[in-house]
Structures are given as C-alpha cells and as structure tokens.
Design a protein around this ligand. Structure first.
Ligand code: NAP
Length: 343
C-alpha cells in the first residue's frame, strides 16, 4: 500500500529520541508510490513536515499539520558519468542498507558513511559526514518536488549549496522541497580514507594494513556501535550540536587561551570539536530527570526513558548557554526542532 493516512497520529516510534508527540495527520509515502500520490495527500492540508528515519528531529511539542513519512524503496545503477558509475536510490531507502548495497556491487566511496542512521533522502539535507568523508564529495544530483505547487526540479551540487552539515534545504530559500531520489557518483577503484584516529586504530586492532572499502565500512560500524548509543535502547539523535566553524582569527584567539582545543580547517574557517567544549563545561554524563548528556559522548543528548522533547530541549539550551559563557562560542543544534524555537 503506497500511501496511508492516520489522524491524530502518535510519533514516539517515528523519532529516534523516542519522545511522545502527536501529529494532526500522518501520511506514509511508501513502497513504489509516485510523488504525485504524496502531493495529492498533502494538498491543502496545512503545514507539512517531511520525515525519513526520524533520526535528526526533536519533537519539543505536537505538530499541528501533516507529517509526511517517506519510506519509498528502489535503487539502481544508472550508468557511467565520465567513467564513474552513477547510482540512484529512492529517498526512503535506509542509508546504511544502501551503503552496503553499493559495496556489494564493487561500487566504492560511501564506506566511511556506513551505519549513519536515517534515509537516503535525508542525506543531502544536512550533507551527512563521518570519518573524514562528506556526502557532497560523492553527490551527483537529486530530484525533488515542491510541496506547495508540485513543481519538479533537478538539483546538482552547486544548487544544493552544500556546507559543513548544511545545504540549501536547511534555509528559507530551499525549504518546502520533498526529495524523491538521490544520485551518487561512485568509483570502481578502491581509495580508502583511513585518516581518522578511531578508524585507523580499529583497523590496526584487526591487523589490517591495507584496508578494502568493506574493511573500512566494518571498522566504522564497529567504532560507531562502541561509541554511540543504540536508539533502540537509549533514545538519541546522534550528535545534537554541530561542530562550530569560526573565522580563523577568532579560532586562533581561542586556541591561545585553550591550547588543548581540538581544531581543524573547514569551509574557509576553523572547525572546533563541540564535544570538547561541552566536556570542559562538565556536562558529560549529567542527567536532568530523564534527559541527559551521554556518559561516553558529550555531543549526544539522550532520553533515559520518559523525557519529553521539551525537557531535552531545555537541557540542550543549558549546555549551549554554559559553552557560550565559558568560551564565547554559540553552539547550534544539528536536529530539526519541531514545536518550539531554538531561543
Ligand atoms: P571523534 O573522532 O572523537 O572526533 C571529534 C571531532 O573532531 C569530530 O566531530 C570530528 O569532526 C573532528 N575530527 C576528528 N579527527 C579529525 C580529523 N582528522 N580531521 C578533521 N576533523 C576531525 O568524533 P566522533 O564524535 O567519535 O565521531 C566520529 C565521526 O562520526 C565524525 O566524523 C562525526 O562527525 C561522525 N558522527 C556524526 C554524528 C551525527 O549525528 N552527525 C554522530 C556520530 C558521529 P567531524 O564531525 O567534522 O568529522
């Protein structure tokens, strides 16, 4: 059944924080459904929130509109672009399943992004990245429809305006598009990137000197399972804060005052490790009711059981405020916050 509609729908099982919230309507855009079906279902129905795996959203309140949950399926190899294979997946495909599918066909380039929760359609929205690779490096193009009027559009990389965990779709000018299909330009030549310390150490632990892309995917998956809480057991949305990117002069001034501050060049500025800033403020492992900062990873906020989205948001604001007070750096959330403003 490609489309189903539920009124006054509970959302706890549709967000990896596992917080209780309700939507006025929930439309499932699934299987082989066509974009027109989804457009018909949301036409004239008020505000629409597009949801994939629910792994990058915090419901701080109910959603008085239609949640359009995308779980369409399909993936295929399209052919070569300048000698490099192009693959396409429908937006609702599970990201990690897609990465494994490409590797099984000898198509390389996404291995460092193994086990990132969420869907293929969500991957360009925040230009997902991990272990030294960003999605934009493998991106070829995407198809989208505008929910307001059904306009169809193909986006190439410049049109997506990718930045560090950022794209046009996170800003007012790019809002309102439903991503339906995403294409990636991959390679048949393995070129493993193993520079990140945790990844390098995991490969060394396995006595792998010359890693294949599958080795990289396996090692990344092992490290992620070790460091990050499983949302099925402990609600979370991965990194809650984006690493801040500061102008070089401001970062240099901070580094003078805090010589241990981890920092790397990024997007024409300097990227700071938000986890380090939060840890220095003493937040790691702290808990306020059922809302907490994960004991093993200061960037990850967790729901220990029955925390509401509003409680998690209140904790996030306190973390932000203390980092701002101590370091003068304003942290921004990675997940979309629904039902409240990030004030
Ligand atoms: P980590 O390896 O402990 O490193 C801490 C931070 O330092 C990371 O955020 C990473 O930035 C940065 N970093 C480390 N080595 C770097 C290098 N050689 N060059 C540039 N930057 C470097 O990080 P972690 O928290 O365990 O995460 C490992 C990877 O998985 C990271 O890439 C992280 O982004 C990704 N991840 C993402 C999420 C999410 O929800 N978005 C959740 C968990 C992990 P980057 O974040 O820019 O790589």
């Amino acid at each position: 059944m490609p489309l189903s509609v539920t009124l006054d729908a509970p959302l706890a099982r549709l967000n990896t924080f596992g917080v209780e919230a309700r939507a006025r309507r929930l439309v499932e855009f699934a299987g082989a459904a066509a974009p027109e079906d989804a457009l018909d279902a949301v036409a004239g129905a008020g505000p629409v929130l597009v949801l994939g795996g629910g792994s990058n959203v915090l419901f701080a309140g109910d959603f008085d509109g239609t949640v359009l949950r995308v779980s369409t399926r399909g993936r295929r190899i399209l052919g070569d672009d300048a000698g490099e294979p192009v693959v396409e997946a429908r937006a609702g495909e599970d990201w990690d399943g897609f990465v494994r599918w490409t590797l099984a066909r000898g198509l390389y380039g996404l291995e460092n992004l193994a086990l990132i929760p969420g869907t293929v359609g969500a991957s360009p929205i925040q230009n997902i990245g991990a272990y030294g690779v960003e999605m934009r490096e493998r991106f070829h193009g995407l198809s989208a429809v505008r929910l307001a009027d059904g306009a169809r559009r193909e986006f190439d990389a410049p049109a997506c305006a990718f930045g560090y965990r950022d794209s046009v779709f996170k800003h007012a000018g790019g809002a309102g598009w439903l991503v339906t299909d995403v294409r990636f330009r991959l390679s048949r030549e393995p070129a493993p990137r193993t520079g990140y310390t945790d990844l390098r150490e995991e490969l060394a632990r396995r006595s792998i000197a010359s890693a294949t892309p599958a080795d990289v995917a396996d090692a990344v998956s092992t490290v992620r399972r070790r460091k990050l809480p499983d949302p099925a057991r402990l609600g979370n949305a991965g990194s809650f804060f984006r690493n801040p990117v500061l102008p070089a002069d401001r970062a240099a001034e901070l580094a003078r005052r805090h010589p241990c501050l981890p920092a790397w060049p990024a997007d024409g500025g300097v990227k700071l490790a938000a986890a380090w800033l939060i840890d220095q403020c003493g937040w790691k492992g702290r808990r306020e009711g059922d809302a907490g900062v994960h004991a093993a990873h200061a960037l990850v906020l967790v729901n220990h059981g029955r925390a509401s989205g509003a409680q998690i948001l209140a904790l996030a604001r306190r973390v932000r405020d203390s980092v701002l007070e101590r370091f003068g750096v304003e942290l921004e959330p990675e997940p979309l916050i629904v039902g409240a403003a990030w004030l």
